[in-house]
Ligand binder design. Structure first.
Ligand code: UT7
Length: 330
């Protein structure tokens, strides 16, 4: 029996309508449009409304992806949501959308690898399809980081945005699909990006809240250095695993954390910046949603053609990282 190769059958994405500009932030904390633009490339970000949860964003992206893939929710075997900001600890956000979609045959679970969650989930799910364990799956990256951030901390609040992106995966009928996928982690660097309180180590108490330990903490420079040190090698390995050379890659979709990180990757890989998808100016860092949002926009704008070789590369809290290589088409 020949085992299938998993491919992306359809994509969806959603960003909430409420926009927060750099000028808006300059009225909230001691910052400026000039500082944020120069240091990060971000101009605007979308923020979930008070009644919108991660599963609400995920559901809209998922419905779009199913429609684009012409797959019925009842035909899904698996729903995976990559998120660090689930609606609740449990039930999993994947279970919430499994119910709302009517994906009654599907198993459902969340996967947490911070900003790398979507790419981790895509790789794991594709391998389940390639192994013949499942046939059709929905993978979502969705976040409402605005709920975790300290809006008085100018070092982090200017960076983040909310959003969701989704992909429906199934067996490829041709030579399309995933050719390489690598995941990695360096747990010893876990302290550079974390939410200290709220788990079993430090349950939420009045003291923890007063010390803002239930909010996201980040050592920005440390994360910056880890990303620039790790991701070029990861991309090289993934491209080699696919059996390609770097100059055969048509498009790289990197995690949208900082334009300067993307520029550093381009320079280290010796790949022109034009071959990278960049939409950070509009959304900021949407964590697990950033890569599916960027890929969706690249496809919608006609930048991706059948047969193109595409690499997705993510990094984030953990420290985690993951990359995968695709021949575009179904
Ligand atoms: O999804 C993955 C997770 N996150 C990341 O990948 C983030 C990676 N790191 C970064 O993107 C950058 O390190 C930041 C954007 C977070 C910071 O940029 P930086 O160039 O590393 O700035 P810095 O932390 O070295 O700070 C430079 C100065 C400091 O002032 P002093 O000490 O030089 O007087 C900061 O206090 O900029 C100050 N600063 C700000 N000023 C205006 C920090 N944040 C702001 C701000 N507005 N929002």
């Amino acid at each position: 029996m020949t085992l299938p190769r998993a491919t992306i059958l359809g994509l969806g994405a959603y960003a909430p309508p409420q926009v927060l500009t750099n000028e808006d932030l300059a009225r909230m904390v001691d910052t400026s449009d000039e500082w944020i633009t120069k240091r990060t490339g971000i101009k605007r970000r979308h923020i979930a409304g008070p009644d919108q949860t991660t599963s609400d964003l995920a559901l809209i992206a998922a419905q779009q992806a199913l429609e684009a893939a012409r797959v019925r929710a009842q035909d899904l075997d698996l729903v995976v949501v990559g998120t660090a900001t689930p609606d609740m600890f449990f039930p999993a956000t994947a279970c919430l959308i499994q119910d709302r979609l009517g994906a009654s045959r599907a198993g459902a679970f969340d996967l947490l690898a911070a900003c790398s969650s979507f790419v981790y989930a895509l790789i794991c799910t594709s391998q389940l399809i390639a192994a013949g364990a499942i046939r059709t799956a929905l993978v979502v990256g969705a976040e409402t980081l605005s709920r975790l951030i300290d809006w008085d901390d100018r070092r982090t609040c200017v960076l983040i945005g909310d959003g969701a992106g989704a992909a429906v995966l199934g067996p490829s009928t041709g030579a399309f699909g995933m050719y390489g996928g690598l995941v990695g982690a360096d747990g010893s660097a876990g302290d550079v990006l974390k939410v200290p309180a709220g788990g079993s180590r430090m349950p939420i108490t009045v003291d923890a809240i007063e010390r803002k330990l239930h909010r996201a903490y980040m050592d920005g420079q440390a994360v910056f250095k880890l990303a620039v040190r790790t991701i070029p090698g990861l991309i090289h390995k993934t491209v080699a695993q696919a059996g390609w050379t770097m100059d055969q890659v048509n498009l790289i979709v990197p995690h949208q954390a900082n334009l300067r990180i993307i520029e550093a990757l381009a320079s280290q890989l010796d790949v022109p910046l034009e071959r990278f998808v960049v939409n950070i100016q509009e959304y900021g860092n949407t964590s697990a949603a950033s890569i599916p949002l960027a890929l969706y926009e690249a496809v919608q704008s006609g930048r991706v053609h059948e047969g193109d070789r595409i690499v997705l590369a993510a990094f984030g809290g953990g420290f985690t990282y993951a990359a995968c290589a695709w021949v575009w088409g179904s």
